[in-house]
Design a protein around this ligand. Structure first.
Ligand code: NIG
Ligand code: FE
Length: 407
């Protein structure tokens, strides 16, 4: 007889398994057994093998989906950019504000001054807000330090957030976010600092799970990013890229060339770039919060991504400048309304494909035997509601790594 830690019965289960139709819904009365933080069994109650569980609970017809995954955030930062938000509403552009020393740099100044404890205290409610809507994995980027000490401080705070919450944190080094004033007119020298000084320290301290860069006219060009990606690859870290957000800088092609886990934004990507991504297996991470907040009009090439078979993920991009939206559910709804993704594509984009964008597809993102028991239990009539309502308390319970988080 099998022995489980937890047995959830009388559920409706959307597995979101690859290529499974209709949200991968389990026929019949869904049952999930958990053992050692993993899914030990999943299927219809009628097929459940004989077993005993330490705890057994009926879910009374509630839905279970994979816990959500926010695969692109910048949620460790100090200060805010509400004043810049007002200026942009009065007509200033994101690029103009950046060029005059505002934008990312104004968050850099605040973040450099803040202590690790202050950054942690500011970020914890953001993590808890995501968890309260069913998110069990969050990727957090550095990139508001732009010097060795502050980039490391940000990554350490991000790691600490994982210890102080029920959320699994994946960290990404985004030191190549913009050129800091110390290196004005010498972006190459700053890339040199990242490659020769910062990256080796980050690797030695196991502080980052990936390396990201902002490939854009107001940040770094393709050859500078390529130099950084070369070094990251040599040091064994996977890469991802803020690509083609405001112009076509060949970001999608560059990401594909370095076998990036993902290329993110992509509003201006060319067909050649999309085809290159399809060839390399990179995930397209779409960020409707930034699109909305920047008042963009150029839509990401969703139809071409679909036609090429590029997996599409959705993320909040939570940050104080371009996406002051600490809600993955809101990003899912916006992806439906702004980008015309279907609710099923959005849920896949916030589970299965988000896991893929973090290199975690074998471990989570769908409900399958052997994967992490990261389960969201919902008071909903159908999973399509997850990309429809926002701000509603539909999460009944979040089980992360097999733990209910209930006291
Ligand atoms: O994902 N595009 C660059 N990076 C962020 C914005 C960061 C900021 O403005 O503070 C983004 O949009
Ligand atoms: Fe971003």
């Amino acid at each position: 007889m099998l022995a489980w830690d937890l047995l959830l019965t009388d559920a409706r289960v959307a597995t979101m398994r690859n290529a499974a139709p209709d949200y991968g819904v389990v026929d019949g009365t869904g049952t999930i057994a958990v053992k050692d933080g993993k899914i030990a069994w999943i299927g219809a109650a009628s097929e459940l093998p004989a077993g005993k569980a330490l705890e057994q609970r009926s879910l009374d017809g509630r839905w279970i989906t994979p816990a959500l995954i926010d695969c692109h955030t910048h949620l460790v930062f100090a200060g805010d950019r509400a004043e810049e938000f007002e200026r942009r509403l009065l007509g200033a552009s994101y690029e103009d504000i950046a060029k005059s020393g505002g934008g990312i740099m104004s968050t850099v100044r605040a973040t450099r001054t803040a202590s690790a404890a202050e950054l942690l205290a500011a970020a914890l409610p953001r993590i808890n807000a995501l968890a309260s809507e069913g998110v069990a994995t969050v990727e957090i980027k550095s990139g508001y330090g732009l010097d060795v000490a502050t980039e490391i401080k940000m990554l350490e705070v991000a790691r600490q957030l994982g210890k102080e919450s029920n959320v699994n944190i994946r960290t990404t080094l985004l030191a190549a976010h913009t050129v800091p004033p110390e290196f004005e007119n010498d972006a190459d020298a700053y890339i040199g600092l990242i490659c020769d000084d910062l990256l080796p320290q980050v690797v030695a301290g196991q502080l980052a799970d990936a390396v990201d860069a902002y490939c854009e006219s107001i940040a770094f060009d393709a050859s500078q990013v390529a130099r950084l990606f070369q070094k990251a690859t040599e040091l064994g870290l996977p890469v991802k890229l803020h690509a083609d957000q405001l112009s076509d800088g060949g970001g999608a092609e560059l990401a594909a060339r370095f076998n990036a886990l993902s290329a993110d934004h992509l509003e201006y990507s060319s067909l050649a770039g999309i085809e290159a991504m399809a060839g390399s297996g990179a995930v397209a991470v779409l960020l409707p919060g930034a699109f909305l907040t920047l008042g963009e009009t150029r839509l990401p090439p969703v139809a071409k991504l679909r036609a090429a078979g590029v997996p599409i993920a959705i993320a909040s991009d939570c940050n104080p400048g371009t996406s002051p939206i600490c809600s993955l559910r809101t990003a899912m709804m916006l992806a439906c309304r702004l980008f015309r993704l279907t609710p099923e594509e959005c849920l896949a984009g916030a589970t299965r494909e988000a896991a893929r964008a973090l290199g975690l597809a074998d471990d989570r993102g769908t409900l399958e035997i052997g994967k992490r028991a990261d389960l969201a239990i919902w008071e909903i009539g159908h999973p399509r509601e997850l990309a429809y309502w926002t701000g509603t308390p539909q999460l009944a319970e979040l089980i992360a790594d097999g733990h209910t988080g209930r006291s």
